[in-house]
Design a protein around this ligand. Structure first.
Ligand code: ZN
Length: 419
């Protein structure tokens, strides 16, 4: 039995058709899928009535009514006092219930750990940034610090009476489907079972603990919450220690066979270029990653030892660029050209509508974008770079926000939360 068919209405909604001799074992799955359809409709179109949901999704009214009752019982949606003015009886309107739940996202940044919590509607409950140089300590120390930050964030949201739906951690490196990190060269990590160790450090919590690459999570955040949200073909290019591409293609995250897609940071653009933490030379990361940019623009910066706190250096660069310092502006234009060459590869491979620049690229965008855009236009094979726009992200802490967004996925897919 083919239980699903696309409405073709352009909304991506799925209509469930159970009229063709449903197998009893399928009914549970159908209800889960229908629940997801209702939740998605309320998320995108709230406030809306039961009749609206039935009309727009193709589900029959009795099914919608039963699902809505269940979702209200679970406190995933709630009724508002609003009514719709239309001929006939006024309808009770429905919205997502933001109160009872929270989803957490964490991110290992260049010189910080970030925690973000959101409610079911995607509203931010907290954003915490803690100075921490993960590349200078052992994986064990980093995971211990992540667990401590998680415990505090969980404590904060549970004190508000919320149940934690899940947690996803963003790591700047390769993450396999089990949540282990086979390689994160920017951190010097090999074979770190991040999800398993974090679950153990949190004493096997009731909620799911997921791990993904920062780039994938940032792309999810961009697709859901960013200035170019809703696009079906979008790339978020992360900066910081490890340049990586989170790729939304045809509306879905492109992961590849083992989950390692998007590692454009180790595309060697100049084999005689500077060394990269991965062992090669002239990788995009070695040319435009945050350490490379700081080294290029502030040649004196490592006189007192390696940089572990990048924010003051980035602030210094912005101040010098604002004063039109010729050395810094020239260095930023050079960085922009390298970046544009990398983006041209993405444009040719994926033909995205938009490539969004995150992290330090977004901070430095006013000085990087002109050179990067002209390099993109000159290098990409398709005329006009295939329509690819290159823009700066407007999101703060995109990786952690995407982690929290990913932690909502199970409920959004129609599975009821454990309370
Ligand atoms: Zn490399």
């Amino acid at each position: 039995m083919d239980a699903r068919r696309d409405t073709g209405a352009g909304s991506g909604q799925i209509v469930i058709n159970i009229h063709n001799e449903p197998q009893p074992t399928d009914l549970g799955d159908v209800r889960v899928a229908n629940r997801a359809v209702v939740l998605r409709h309320v998320r995108l179109h709230a406030p809306c009535s039961r009749a609206d949901i039935a009309a727009r999704t193709g589900l029959n009214k009795a099914t919608v009514s039963s699902l809505v009752t269940e979702l209200i019982d679970q406190r995933l949606i709630r009724e508002t006092g609003l009514t719709e003015n239309r001929v006939g009886r006024p309808a009770t309107m429905l919205v997502l219930d933001g109160e009872p739940y929270a989803a957490l996202g964490l991110q290992i940044g260049a010189d910080e750990l970030v925690a973000v919590a959101i409610d079911l509607g995607g509203n931010r409950l907290l954003t915490w940034r803690r100075a921490f140089a993960a590349s200078t300590v052992s994986p064990t120390e980093t995971l211990r610090a992540l667990a401590a930050l998680t415990r505090r964030a969980v404590g904060r949201v549970t004190a508000q009476g919320r149940t934690v739906l899940g947690l996803t951690v963003g790591v700047p490196g390769l993450v396999d489907p089990s949540g282990a990190v086979p390689l994160a060269s920017a951190l010097g990590w090999r074979d770190v079972p991040v999800a398993a160790e974090l679950r153990a450090a949190l004493r096997e919590p009731e909620f799911a603990v997921g791990v993904d690459s920062v780039a994938n999570l940032a792309a999810l955040a961009e697709q859901r919450h960013g200035g170019y949200a809703g696009g079906t073909d979008l790339v978020h290019l992360t900066g910081g220690l490890a340049v990586g591409a989170g790729i939304i293609a045809g509306g879905r995250l492109l992961r590849g066979g083992r989950g390692f897609a998007g590692e454009i940071g180790h595309l060697s653009l100049d084999p005689s270029g500077p060394p990269c933490p991965c062992g090669n030379h002239g990788c995009l990361t070695a040319l435009v990653g945050l350490p490379a940019v700081v080294r290029r623009l502030l040649p004196d910066v490592e006189a007192d030892g390696p940089v572990t706190d990048y924010l003051p250096e980035l602030t210094r660069i912005v101040a010098l660029a604002r004063q039109d310092d010729p050395g810094v502006c020239g260095g930023l234009a050079e960085t922009g050209r390298h970046l544009g060459r990398g983006v041209a590869v993405l444009a040719d491979l994926l033909n995205p509508e938009t490539v969004v620049l995150g992290d330090h690229f977004a901070t430095l965008a006013p000085w990087l974008l002109p050179a990067a855009r002209s390099e993109l236009a000159a290098r990409a094979h398709a005329p006009g770079a295939g329509g690819c726009r290159l823009e700066a992200s407007t999101l703060d802490t995109a990786g952690a926000l995407g982690g929290a967004t990913a932690a909502l996925a199970t409920v959004e897919a129609g599975r009821l939360p454990v309370r």
